[in-house]
Unconditional design. Structure first.
Length: 475
């Protein structure tokens, strides 16, 4: 494809050159000759008319003698570089600047016919076979008493006109060659601005097609081709990034699956081969159970994330009371709160607060946030769930006074599988997927979630939801 595009352009360029040459060679010489002949004929005709009026008519009225007229016309013929003849309508030669006057010798031009000009006043021919080559002959009638007495004919050699014509045609050819060479600039522009960038783009697409998504190339232009190249570069870098993410994701998943499986296998083998005595089995079976719970949690989280992504997050939005959902979720954590003597305080703005969202997914958000808050809270502490309303938005905050999040981790906690070093001791079952699920759900609702946290003091997660149009009173 690459070669043919360039060849096509070069071919088109030369075809253009050939056609331009053929056109010039066909039309320019004939048009130039015609124009030159017409101009020359016009000039000679004015002279012939003058001669007819001033000298020749006198001949027929016997006002002037033949010798006198001949002397005048001889001088004029030299000046005009032509032959001047006065011819009677019958063809009899009255006067000829080429031959001396000889009254006895009557010369008649065979087949003389002044209408040969066919409506014009000049002809280009061999002048009734008087010449071997073509000559330009101009006819001006000599009139007296409204009768044509004869004709002044000025005959001019075509050689001079042909020479001028050839000169002009040569100038046309030279101009054509210069124009052809100059239009080669278009070819250079095409090569530099279209062909070379296209080659780069084609090579880059070949690289991408063969899987080398990290290939980078540059097209230094700000036109459509530059834009296309920039888009292609961006597309490749995005694909490369998502490929890298995918690899990282698979590596993380494999790692998170392998460690509980290894410990389960270790304990089970130890039980089977007797390393763990039967009276200790219950303790280790509980550990194994914990690990299977962790695996179940991990699998569920992965499935949730996968569903969120593949379905482009289809939300089943309804109007529901967020306060009721908060109370319900808080109640499910009663057991784990009691274990750590943690109390959950709900500071809710009003009895009911209707939001328009996917209830099931918002439950999951609250569940994940509360789960984290409890996990990372110290014993005997309070977790506050607060709601507020502003500009048709409902803000939900989950605040704890636990270990907090180091400043450098704040941006990373939303990434899949991210667990801060600080949290590892506190939370052995964590998958690092909870917050990425939360963020995906909130973003799918077109809303935002933020975190405010100080290491050692606690964290607050605040997210927004659209308030429903339903009036509280209506319910
Ligand atoms: P996990 O399922 O392991 O809790 P998350 O995605 O929910 O994963 O959280 C990612 C990390 O963010 C946690 O490992 C922890 O380091 C940090 N984190 C989340 N919530 C809190 C919190 N309330 N207090 C302190 N750290 C938190």
């Amino acid at each position: 494809m690459r070669k043919t595009l360039y060849l096509k352009f070069v071919l088109a360029y030369f075809i253009f050159g050939v056609f331009a040459f053929i056109t010039v060679a066909t039309f320019v010489p004939s048009m130039t000759r015609e124009q030159l002949v017409r101009e020359k004929a016009e000039n000679l005709y004015s002279e012939a008319e003058l001669i007819a009026e001033n000298y020749a008519s006198g001949l027929y009225t016997s006002e002037t003698s033949l010798e006198e007229v001949k002397t005048q016309l001889d001088a004029l013929a030299i000046y005009l570089d032509s032959v001047i003849r006065i011819i009677n309508p019958s063809g009899r030669l009255v006067l000829d600047t080429e031959t001396p006057i000889n009254v006895e010798d009557v010369v008649v031009i065979e087949n003389f016919d002044p209408t040969v000009t066919r409506g014009s006043y000049y002809t280009v021919d061999r002048f009734f076979d008087n010449y071997d080559t073509n000559v330009l002959s101009v006819f001006a009638p000599i009139a007296s008493n409204f009768k044509v007495k004869g004709y002044v004919v000025i005959i001019c050699d075509m050689a001079e006109i042909e020479a001028s014509c050839n000169n002009l045609v040569n100038i046309s050819y030279i101009t054509l060659v210069i124009l052809f060479l100059l239009s080669g600039i278009i070819l250079i522009f095409f090569t530099e601005m279209v062909y070379m960038p296209l080659r780069k783009i084609t090579y880059a697409t070949e690289q991408y097609a063969s899987g080398n998504m990290h290939y980078e190339f540059q097209v230094e232009s700000e036109d459509e081709i530059g834009y296309l190249a920039a888009c292609l570069n961006y597309m490749a870098s995005e694909i490369a990034r998502s490929e890298d993410d995918q690899k990282k994701f698979v590596a993380n998943v494999s790692h998170d699956f392998r460690s509980p499986l290894t410990s389960i296998r270790g304990y089970l083998e130890a039980m089977l081969d007797g390393t763990i005595p039967p009276e200790m089995r219950e303790k280790y079976l509980n550990i194994v159970l914990n690990e299977t719970e962790r695996l179940t949690k991990l699998t569920n989280s992965l499935l949730t994330l996968n569903n969120l992504n593949t379905r482009g997050m289809l939300l089943d939005k309804t109007d529901f009371d967020i306060h009721q959902v908060i109370r319900r979720i808080a109640a499910t954590f009663e057991g784990s709160c009691r274990q750590k003597s943690i109390s959950i305080e709900a500071i809710l703005c009003g009895d009911k607060m209707y939001v328009h969202a996917d209830m099931e997914k918002i439950q999951q958000v609250l569940y994940n946030l509360l789960d984290n808050a409890i996990k990372f809270s110290h014993h005997n502490s309070v977790i506050k769930i607060e709601t507020s309303e502003k500009k048709n938005k409902v803000f939900v905050s989950v605040k704890d006074t636990g270990i907090g999040i180091p400043k450098e981790d704040l941006k990373l906690i939303w990434d899949r599988f991210y667990k801060s070093d600080l949290s590892r001791g506190k939370d052995k079952k964590g998958t690092g997927l909870g917050l990425s699920i939360v963020k995906e759900i909130i973003n799918a609702h077109g809303e935002h979630i933020n975190v405010i946290s100080t290491e050692g003091e606690g964290s607050e997660f605040i997210f927004s939801l659209p308030q429903s149009d339903i009036d509280e009173e209506e319910d």
